[in-house]
Design a protein around this ligand. Structure first.
Ligand SMILES: *Cc1c(COP(=O)(O)O)cnc(C)c1O
Length: 385
C-alpha cells in the first residue's frame, strides 16, 4: 500500500516468537531460570564472544561495564560528543566524568586523534560507539588505550552483527567489554534488554554479581564458611539489573533470525545507496569500507538543507505528510543543559556540530520492502524540490 506509514525503525515479531514467550509463561520460571543462560550462550555463539551477561537494558549494561571496570570519582572517561545520552551518563552513574571527544563530520565516528589529545592524567577509559552500525577503527582505539593504560568499553548498541577486518563486533578482540541493547528498534529485541560481552572471565563474574545486588553464592568466593545452602554474602554494591526468562525466550527466538535480519538491512541499504547516488544534495553517512561490514542499525543521510532552501524541520514535516517518518541521531551530548551545567563547552566540537546539522535517519527495518525504499527516495526528491 502506497500510504503505509514508514517509521524509521521497528521490530519484527513472528508467530514463533510469540509461541516462545507463551512457552516460557507456562514454564516454572518467569525470571532467572534456564533460558537466561541459553540466551547468553546463543549470544556468545552469534558474536564469537567468550562470555555474555544479559541485563535489563543497554543503559544498565553500560553502567555495569563502568562499575566492574572500577571507574569512579576522579576518573575521566572519553566518549564521543555525538552519541545517545546513555554513553556519557554511564560515567556519571559511577561518579566519573565523561570527557567529550569530537567525531568525524561525515561518518559521525569518534576521532581517535582528537581522543589522543584529550587524554589527561585522570583518563581511565574510552567508550567508542559504532554509530549507525559501522565499526570504529578498533585497532587504532586499542593502540591509544595501550599507550595510556585505558579500559575500552565498546558501545555496540548499533552494531549487533557488524564485522571489521579480523574481528566480529562483540568478540572483544580489541576491547575489555562490549555492550548491546535489545530495545525494539535494535537488531533483535527482548522488549527492553541488554548484554555485556567480554573475553575476561573475571569481568564476566563481576558483571553477574553486579546485576544481582552484589550477592555472591559461589563457595570458592565466600569469605566465611557456608553454614548451609541458603547462604550468600554481599561483597560489593549491586543492583537488580536482571533480564527475565520471558524476555530471554523472546531473545533466543529473535537471535535465530539475526542473519536474515542483517542480510535484509544490508540489501535495503545497498538499494538506498544506489538510488540516492543520483539525488543531488543527499549523501549516505556510512558507506561501508572494503574491510568493514556495517550492521546498518540506521540508514542516516547528510542532507544539504541550505542548497535545497528548506530547513530540516520543513523536510521532516514534508516527509511525514507523505507517510515517511524520520529521526535525528543524535543531538551532540555536550550541548545538553545537564552537561553544560557541568562545564561542557557546546561549541568545542565542530565535527559533531556539522554531523548533527545535516543528518537525518531514513526508515530502515527488515520488514521493509524494496518498493518502500523507492518510495522514501521519491518522497525525499519531492520534498527537497
Ligand atoms: C539504544 C542505545 C543505548 C541504550 O540502550 P537501552 O537498551 O535503550 O538502554 C546505548 N547506546 C546507544 C548508542 C544506543 O543506541
Amino acid at each position: 500500500m502506497a500510504n503505509d506509514i514508514l517509521p524509521y525503525g521497528r521490530q519484527w515479531i513472528d508467530e514463533d516468537d510469540i509461541a516462545a514467550v507463551v512457552a516460557a509463561l507456562r514454564s516454572d520460571y518467569l525470571t532467572t531460570g534456564p533460558t537466561v543462560a541459553r540466551f547468553e550462550a546463543a549470544l556468545c555463539d552469534a558474536l564469537g564472544a567468550d562470555h555474555a551477561v544479559a541485563v535489563c537494558n543497554g543503559t544498565a549494561a553500560l553502567h555495569a561495564a563502568c562499575a566492574v571496570a572500577g571507574l569512579g570519582p576522579g576518573d575521566e572517561v572519553l566518549v564521543p560528543a555525538l552519541t545517545f545520552l546513555a554513553t556519557a551518563n554511564c560515567a556519571r552513574y559511577v561518579g566519573a566524568e565523561p570527557v567529550f571527544v569530537d567525531v568525524d563530520p561525515r561518518s559521525g565516528l569518534i576521532d581517535v586523534e582528537h581522543a589522543a589529545r584529550m587524554v589527561g592524567p585522570q583518563t581511565r577509559a574510552i567508550i567508542p560507539v559504532h554509530l549507525n552500525g559501522r565499526p570504529v577503527d578498533l585497532p587504532a582505539v586499542r593502540a591509544l588505550a595501550d599507550q595510556h593504560d585505558l579500559i575500552v568499553i565498546e558501545d555496540a548498541a548499533h552494531a549487533l552483527g557488524a564485522r571489521a577486518g579480523d574481528t566480529r563486533i562483540g568478540d572483544c578482540r580489541y576491547s575489555d567489554m562490549a555492550i548491546f541493547s535489545f530495545h525494539p528498534v535494535k537488531h533483535v529485541t527482548t522488549g527492553e534488554g541488554g548484554a555485556i560481552t567480554t573475553a575476561k572471565p573475571k569481568l564476566a563474574a563481576a558483571l553477574e554479581v553486579f546485576r544481582s545486588h552484589g550477592m555472591v553464592r559461589d563457595p570458592e568466593q565466600l569469605r566465611g564458611a557456608s553454614p548451609g545452602p541458603w547462604y550468600y554474602e554481599q561483597h560489593t554494591l549491586g543492583y537488580n539489573y536482571r533480564l527475565t526468562d520471558l524476555q530471554c525466550a523472546l531473545g533466543l527466538s529473535q537471535l535465530t533470525k539475526l542473519d536474515r535480519f542483517l542480510a535484509r538491512r544490508r540489501a535495503l541499504a545497498a538499494r538506498y545507496d544506489q538510488l540516492l547516488a543520483t539525488l543531488a544534495g543527499v549523501e549516505p553517512a556510512a558507506i561501508g569500507t572494503a574491510d568493514t561490514l556495517s550492521a546498518y542499525h540506521l540508514y542516516a543521510v547528510h542532507v544539504d538543507f541550505q542548497a535545497s532552501d528548506r530547513t530540516r524541520a520543513q523536510v521532516v514535516a514534508g516527509l511525514r505528510e507523505l507517510g515517511v517518518l524520520t529521526q535525528v541521531h543524535y543531538i551532540p551530548v555536550p550541548t545538553q543543559p545537564y552537561y553544560v551545567d557541568r562545564g561542557a563547552d557546546p561549541l568545542a566540537y565542530p565535527g559533531a556540530t556539522a554531523y548533527y546539522e545535516s543528518i537525518l535517519s531514513l526508515p530502515l527495518f527488515p520488514a521493509m520492502r524494496d518498493e518502500d525504499v523507492d518510495r522514501v527516495v521519491a518522497a525525499l526528491a519531492q520534498v527537497l524540490g
